[in-house]
Design a protein around this ligand. Structure first.
Ligand SMILES: [Ca+2]
Length: 430
């Protein structure tokens, strides 16, 4: 009992001693350490990051970057008077950096993405949005020779038909990401374009809103695309992609697709079936053949019909030979100009088809296959590099070169060379 008590008193004294020690350490020495060192991970510093002086520090760096950026903006044609008037309004927004970091770690299987992108709700809302705007969408379709279903598909995926246009001030988003520096050149370019849009008066500073990454309006145009492709389809003097009326935004998207070579009436892709003993080395986005040649090889429509002739086409397997088999046409590559990700192009294309009463995919996705993590993808790439395949650099992203290497390796190992890396495949290599 007494021993415990003594221990308690000693404990208190010890705490008091440590506390006094901390209190009496000169504050100035803390700040000096922080200023000099390049972010060593000490407790003191982590505390300082949360405290005011450090956010001031970031703010000072941010202001410093703005003054350097000013030179570039002026050289690109933004007037000094306009720039200087706007500068005090431009704020650094740390939350956007966190979103940016999260985004780059993201890894999902194609069907997980499509479940969300082409959900029953999105299809249903798409049918309604189309009906409500049918007249103007059909006018746009005719004027720009771009199929209505693809316009509605993009609209649905980019902003859920105008419901999620984004609420972040575009200038703030672009300035923050440019200052951050991960993709400085890109974001500075976008910021300059955004300033030009503001200066010519198409929209006000506070109304110019969009995603945290600077994409704006119903179809999430980035500022440089706006400057080149935005359309004033309702002829009121301004290309208004931010307003509730989607007319200008949808016309702008149609014009963008038109200028990138959209062929009216050609599908983006079709689900097909492959014959027994098909040569899987013919698979790949860049391995084009005429539809007639594919027919001669025994490729058929999913219902067994012969292929319609849409000219050059390639065959892709987004999830290996057990999943959906797609024949893709030139329009697929036009959609890639809007957003290069395979998941996005499939999402937009399939959503558009489904809104216009197209069928859901006949083949099932291999849903029991888990996605490889970024680290596992890197492991795989390192293995491929060591085995002598030219896959470029190890970046944890399965691009065309990595897929080709996987295919060759599968062949060597006596497996179907579908280019789809599963967890089991990776385990087998170890
Ligand atoms: Ca307008």
């Amino acid at each position: 009992m007494t021993q415990k008590r003594i221990f308690k008193i000693h404990g208190y004294l010890l705490l008091l001693f440590i506390f006094t020690l901390i209190i009496n350490l000169p504050i100035a020495s803390f700040s000096k350490t922080v200023e000099k060192s390049i972010r060593p991970k000490s407790i003191f510093q982590e505390n300082r990051i949360l405290s005011k002086p450090d956010s001031n520090e970031i703010d000072l760096e941010f202001r410093d970057w703005i003054s350097k950026f000013r030179i570039k903006a002026l050289a690109a044609g933004v007037s000094p008077k306009f720039f200087d008037k706007l500068t005090p309004e431009i704020k650094y927004n740390e939350t956007l950096i966190k979103l940016d970091r999260k985004q780059s770690e993201f890894t999902k299987q194609i069907w997980e993405y499509l479940d969300v992108a082409v959900s029953d709700t999105r299809i249903k809302n798409g049918k309604r949005a189309y009906q409500e705007n049918k007249e103007v969408i059909q006018e746009i379709e005719k004027y720009y020779s771009v199929d209505a279903k693809i316009i509605v598909g993009i609209w649905g995926l980019e902003s859920a038909y105008g419901v999620q246009k984004g609420n972040v001030k575009t200038i703030e988003a672009l300035a923050t990401l440019a200052f951050d520096g991960r993709r400085r050149k890109f974001f500075e370019e976008q910021l300059i374009a955004a300033l030009k849009i503001l200066e010519r008066g198409d929209i006000s500073f506070s109304e110019m809103k969009g995603s945290w990454a600077g994409a704006m309006g119903h179809t999430q145009f980035i500022p440089t695309s706006y400057l080149v492709y935005a359309q004033d389809f309702n002829s009121d003097g301004r290309a208004e992609i931010w307003s509730n009326d989607p007319t200008d935004a949808l016309a702008s998207t149609a014009y963008y697709l038109n200028r990138h070579g959209w062929i009216s009436g050609q599908p983006w892709g079709l689900e097909v079936r492959l014959p027994e003993n098909f040569n899987y080395h013919l698979i790949g986005k860049k391995k084009k053949k005429n539809t007639i040649d594919w027919s001669l090889l025994g490729v058929r429509m999913i219902n067994g019909d012969s292929l319609p002739n849409y000219g050059g086409a390639s065959i892709i397997l987004p999830a290996g030979h057990t999943g959906v088999v797609l024949m893709i046409f030139d329009n697929f590559h036009v959609l890639e100009k809007y957003n290069a990700s395979l998941a996005y192009v499939l999402g937009v294309g399939h959503l558009g088809d489904r809104i216009m009463d197209g069928q859901s995919f006949y083949h099932k996705w291999p849903r029991n296959e888990e996605a490889l993590s970024t680290n596992e993808k890197k492991e795989l790439q390192e293995f491929l590099l060591k085995s002598g395949f030219n896959i470029g650099k190890v970046d944890g992203m399965i691009g065309p070169k990595t897929i080709e290497a996987i295919r060759s390796l599968q062949s060597k190992l006596g497996k179907i060379p579908d280019g789809f890396a599963t967890k089991d495949f990776l385990k087998g290599l170890k």
